[in-house]
Design a protein around this ligand. Structure first.
Ligand SMILES: Cc1ncc(COP(=O)(O)O)c(C=O)c1O
Length: 383
C-alpha cells in the first residue's frame, strides 16, 4: 500500500545526509531514511501550516495520549501521563538529563561501540566517562557484566544504555536487561535508557522497555524514546522523556524549563500526535520492507563479497559490517569505502572502542538504491 520503492530526490532540501555528502558518493550514513513519512503525518503538518497562526504551543495532551496508547499496545507497558515530558530530540534530552542528575566529578558508564554522541554526553557537566565495551563472540555482541562489576565505585551515578543498540543492532533480551538493571539498582546507578530505535525490531525479537521489567526498575530508569526514527521525522525535533520517579522527573523538568525548551514546536506537536495515532499500518509495512532490504544485503554480501561479514541485526536499519577481512587499517578502509566504492558510510571508529575494522551502513532506502550500493562495494572489492 505504501511506496517505499519511490526514489525521493533529497538534494537541495537542507538535508544533512545528501547535501553534506561529497558529489558522486552514495550517502548511507546518518540515521534517517530516504522514505517519505506516513501520509497522515504529512497531512497533519499541511493542515497545521494552512491554519497560518504559529503562536506558542501549549499543552501536549493529544501527543501524550497517543504515546501512551502506542506504548501500551506495542510495548505492553503503560506509562502514566504525568511521567511524560518532552524534549527537542533525544540527544538534547540526554545532555539535560546529565545536567539534572549529576554533579561535576561523577562518573557515567557507556558501552561502546555506541552512538557517538554518548561520549560527549557522558563527559558533559564535568563528569568522567567510563567505558564498559561490549564483547563480540563472533556472532553476537553482549554486555560485559564481569567487567562492569570491576569498574563500579560510589562515584558512578549514571549508566547510559542504548536499547536497541546502535550500531551493533542488538535488541537486548529480558534476561540481559534484568541483569543490567538489577546490578544498577544494587549499586545506586540510575539508568538512562535510550530507546529511540525501539519500534524498529525484526520478527522474532521483542523490545522490552527497561522500566517495564519491575517496579524497582521503573523507579530507577529514565526512558528516552521518540517518533523520529520510527516515522522518519528526526528533523521535526521531538522526543519523549518518561520518568516514573518523581524526584528524577522534577530534576529533568527544572533543567528543561531552565533551558527555555519546555514548549515544543507547534509542528512537532501536530506531527507526533498524527504519527502515533495513525502511523501503525505504515510502520508495519516499513518493517517488512526493511527486513527484505536486510535479507538482500545479507545474501548479496555472503554470495558476492565474502571478504565482508554482516553482524546479524535484530533491530534498527543500520548494518554493522565487519570489514576486517579486507586486511586494511582504518584509514585505508575509510579511503577505500569513499574513494573506491564511492559510498558514504559511517566509519566504525566513530563509535569508539571496538569500532575498528567495521563500517555502519544505513539500509533504509529504496531497494534499487541499496542494490546500487552493494554493487559498488562488490566492484570495489573485486577490482
Ligand atoms: C541511540 C540514538 N540516540 C539518539 C539519536 C538521535 O536522536 P535525536 O535526533 O532525537 O537527537 C540517534 C540517532 O541516530 C541514536 O541512534
Amino acid at each position: 500500500m505504501y511506496d517505499f520503492d519511490k526514489l525521493m530526490a533529497r538534494e537541495n532540501t537542507n538535508c544533512a545526509k545528501w547535501d553534506a555528502a561529497e558529489k558522486g558518493l552514495l550517502p548511507m550514513w546518518v540515521a534517517d531514511m530516504d522514505f517519505q513519512s506516513p501520509p497522515e503525518v504529512i497531512a497533519a503538518l499541511l493542515e497545521r501550516a494552512r491554519h497560518g497562526v504559529f503562536g506558542y504551543s501549549g499543552g501536549c495532551g493529544g501527543w501524550f495520549e497517543a504515546l501512551m496508547q502506542w506504548m501500551t499496545k506495542r510495548c505492553g507497558w503503560a506509562p502514566q501521563r504525568e511521567w511524560i515530558s518532552t524534549g527537542p530530540g533525544v540527544v538534547a534530552a540526554l545532555y539535560m538529563l546529565v545536567r539534572a542528575l549529576t554533579e561535576p566529578g561523577d562518573r557515567i558508564i557507556i558501552q561502546p561501540p555506541v552512538y557517538r554522541p554518548f561520549y560527549n554526553v557522558a563527559s558533559s557537566n564535568g563528569c568522567e566517562l567510563l567505558e564498559n565495551p561490549l564483547y563480540f563472540d563472533g556472532g553476537k555482541y553482549r554486555m560485559d557484566m564481569e567487567q562492569l562489576k570491576q569498574m563500579v565505585d560510589s562515584r558512578v551515578k549514571l549508566l547510559i544504555l542504548c536499547s536497541p543498540h546502535n550500531p551493533v543492532g542488538r535488541v537486548w533480551s529480558r534476561e540481559e536487561l534484568l541483569a543490567l538493571g538489577q546490578f544498577c539498582l544494587e549499586h545506586g546507578i540510575t539508568v538512562i535508557s535510550d530507546e529511540i530505535h525501539s519500534d524498529l525490531v525484526f520478527p522474532g525479537f521483542k523490545h522490552r522497555v527497561l522500566a517495564s521489567l519491575s517496579k524497582e526498575l521503573e523507579q530507577n530508569t529514565v526512558v528516552c524514546n521518540a517518533p523520529s526514527k520510527t516515522f522518519n521525522i528526526p528533523g521535526i525535533q521531538a522526543s519523549n522523556v518518561i520518568i516514573a520517579n518523581e524526584s528524577l522527573r522534577s530534576a529533568y523538568r527544572q533543567v528543561l524549563r531552565g533551558s527555555g525548551l519546555a514548549l515544543p514546536n507547534v509542528f512537532a506537536v501536530a506531527a507526533v500526535e498524527a504519527a502515533y495515532t495513525y502511523g501503525e499500518a505504515w510502520l508495519e509495512e516499513l518493517l517488512l520492507y526493511l527486513e527484505e532490504n536486510y535479507r538482500l544485503a545479507g545474501s548479496f554480501i555472503a554470495e558476492r563479497i565474502p571478504e565482508l561479514k554482516i553482524v546479524e541485526p535484530e533491530g534498527t536499519y543500520l548494518l554493522w559490517l565487519d570489514c576486517r577481512g579486507l586486511g586494511l587499517n582504518d584509514e585505508e578502509l575509510d579511503s577505500f569505502i569513499k574513494g573506491k566504492a564511492k559510498l558514504l558510510l559511517e566509519p566504525g571508529t566513530i563509535f569508539g572502542t571496538g569500532g575498528s575494522g567495521f563500517q555502519r551502513m544505513n539500509i533504509a532506502c529504496p531497494r534499487s538504491r541499496l542494490l546500487e550500493a552493494l554493487q559498488r562495494l562488490e566492484e570495489a572489492v573485486g577490482g
